[in-house]
Design a protein around this ligand. Structure first.
Ligand code: ADP
Length: 542
């Protein structure tokens, strides 16, 4: 016997309709590429998103066709999020930090029909445009006054003019909730990038789950500033969450250095922020150097790579900003786990509490996870045994766009490529990405643990641990360190810092100091590049 409840597809447009009706006055504040602050309401967002839907139709974008964006976090990008997906087209967020050749490859693979871009990316778009034959229209996200005087892009369109010419009346169509809503390619360290194609259903379900108190904990009383880019897995879902709960949104545009962010946090009363650890380093350095504090910010969500415990301590003890460590992937929309402590853990002594917080956390409802050995056999949740992490759920990919790379699933589960433990409380901790694991004499050494320790040294700005070839042990850890400006630190001091903190055989065999560690398009350390750089490196122990 079926239940007797109404059938209503879960559609992204309903998030916007809800926000307009129930939180119409709530604000969206954006630092524009042009430099000034722009401010409007959810009501205006909704009206302009309807104009976007009409404008895209006028440009010939059909149901299910892709509209690419190369844009920072800002209100115009938000309008495209809703206007494009809401009308049944597919929003394809491109990562502007990629090489032009890679961008071109992705835009062609996605068959983008229109490309909307912030003015900061004009040179990039000009480099790509002559070869991007599938793109029928290029739209600069600005007004007439700021349009480039000359551009090599034929027929370059002005976003504000398009919107002005479009009607604000548009009825959001109702269609199958499984219809595709947005597309995001993973950077992929080998081979071509692969696309994760989200649906309206997966997005709305993810939004429900991600907003919950033990997930990202967002409400109408929050002011959210997503530093994580809208081109990186939909800014972890925050643009959707804000509409669902009616939170004020603050967008930093391209201004992501410590000073600009801190100014915006203070002037707009930001309560929650989110980003990768490398961004927070710049912010903390600025706050520290200038003896500042956080007036309203009470929580920050850190994910994308492991949050070093030293960073958690700085935020929590010095600035009273609670850190929420979270784990996710492009392929899982992205939220998988969040590290919200249970009551018993909250009562633990500080050291033990930090040990829990260093974990990536427990699965949010909707995500099922397990760890397995090489034969695919499930491993115990004892907090010690580590294995390959697999997940499944309604916002985990079933396959990549256009079936690229074949069937990615193993028995219905998505292998994440991460190696982790899970403890008896269900808290998952990443020890490594499978490809970054250091195998010494057949035993695994977790590079993240070593990096976390190194990062706690006051003279260390950044640290990466990679495998270096060793004739006896096959691989041994090599620590690559960037010193803080003006700080002194020797190899011996660095190595001594590991004493008593880990098993002796885990201690790196050597330390090399470099000026910078290469960062990828999403702000993560590119260990594959480091490994290339140090392929011929001879360890002193070899
Ligand atoms: P990419 O950066 O390769 O484009 P994603 O942004 O989807 O892809 O990155 C997903 C990966 O980032 C995860 O598989 C994991 O290795 C890493 N990651 C994400 N969050 C965390 C975290 N909190 N701690 C450690 N690693 C993380």
């Amino acid at each position: 016997m079926n239940g007797l409840m109404q059938e209503q597809p879960l559609l992204i447009s309903s998030l916007l309709t809800h926000a307009e009706r129930h939180h119409g006055d709530q604000q969206i504040v954006s630092r524009r590429v042009e430099g000034d602050l722009h401010r409007y309401s959810f009501r205006e967002l909704a009206e302009r998103a309807r104009r976007v839907a009409n404008a895209m139709a006028a440009l010939g974008v059909g149901f299910g066709e892709r509209v690419g964006t190369l844009a920072w976090n800002g209100y115009r990008h938000m309008e495209l999020y809703y206007g494009v997906s809401g009308s049944g087209a597919v929003l394809h967020t491109l990562n502007p930090r990629l090489h032009p050749d890679q961008l071109l490859w992705i835009a062609e693979h996605a068959e983008d029909k229109v490309l909307c871009f912030d003015l900061s990316f004009l040179p990039l778009v000009e480099a790509v445009a002559p070869r991007a034959r599938g793109i029928k229209a290029f739209v600069a996200l600005t007004d007439r006054a700021h349009m480039p005087a000359a551009s090599s892009i034929p027929g370059l369109l002005c976003y504000e003019e398009l919107l002005e010419a479009a009607s604000p009346d548009f009825d959001w169509p109702v269609f199958d909730e499984h219809h595709a809503s947005s597309l995001c390619y993973t950077s992929g360290t080998t081979g071509h990038p692969k696309g994760a194609l989200y649906s309206h259903r997966s997005t709305v379900l993810h939004t429900f789950a991600a907003a919950l108190p033990d997930s990202l904990n967002c409400s109408a009383r929050d002011t959210i500033l997503p530093v994580v880019p809208m081109f990186h897995v939909n800014a972890w879902g925050l643009p959707y969450i804000a509409c669902m709960v009616g939170a004020k949104l603050v967008f930093p545009g391209p201004f992501l250095e410590g000073r600009s962010l801190h100014e915006l946090f203070e002037s707009e009363g930001v309560t929650v922020s989110a980003g990768v650890p490398t961004v927070w380093q710049g912010l903390l350095a600025h706050v520290e150097a200038n003896n500042l504090a956080f007036g309203t910010m009470r929580r920050t969500i850190i994910g994308g790579s492991a949050c070093p415990p030293a960073m958690m301590r700085a935020f929590q003890e010095r600035y009273d900003v609670q850190v929420l460590h979270a784990w996710g992937m492009t392929e899982i929309s992205p939220l998988g786990t969040a590290c919200t402590l249970k009551p018993r853990q909250l009562a633990l002594p500080a050291e033990e509490r930090y040990a829990v917080q260093a974990k990536q956390g427990r699965a949010v409802f909707g995500v099922d996870m397990k760890i397995v050995d090489e034969d695919g056999k499930a491993l115990p949740w004892d907090g010690k045994t580590s294995g390959d992490l697999l997940v499944r759920g309604p916002w985990v990919i079933a396959s990549y766009f256009k079936g690229e790379g074949g069937d990615p699933l193993a028995d219905g589960w998505f292998p994440t490529g991460d190696v982790s433990t899970i403890d008896a409380d269900g808290f998952m901790q990443i020890t490594d990405r499978a490809k970054d694991v250091i195998k010494s004499g057949g035993e695994w050494i977790g590079s993240i643990d070593l990096e976390n320790i190194a990062m706690a040294h006051p003279a260390v700005a950044m640290a990466a641990c990679i495998a270096a070839h060793h004739p006896k042990w096959d691989e041994r850890p090599l620590l690559v360190v960037v010193r803080k400006p003006g700080a002194t630190l020797t190899r011996e001091e660095m190595l001594a810092f590991f004493d008593g903190k880990i098993a002796r055989w885990w201690t790196p065999d050597d330390v090399v100091f470099v000026d910078a560690i290469p960062l990828g398009a999403t702000g993560k350390m590119q260990k594959n590049k480091l490994r290339d750089q140090f392929t011929d490196y001879r360890l002193p122990t070899a």
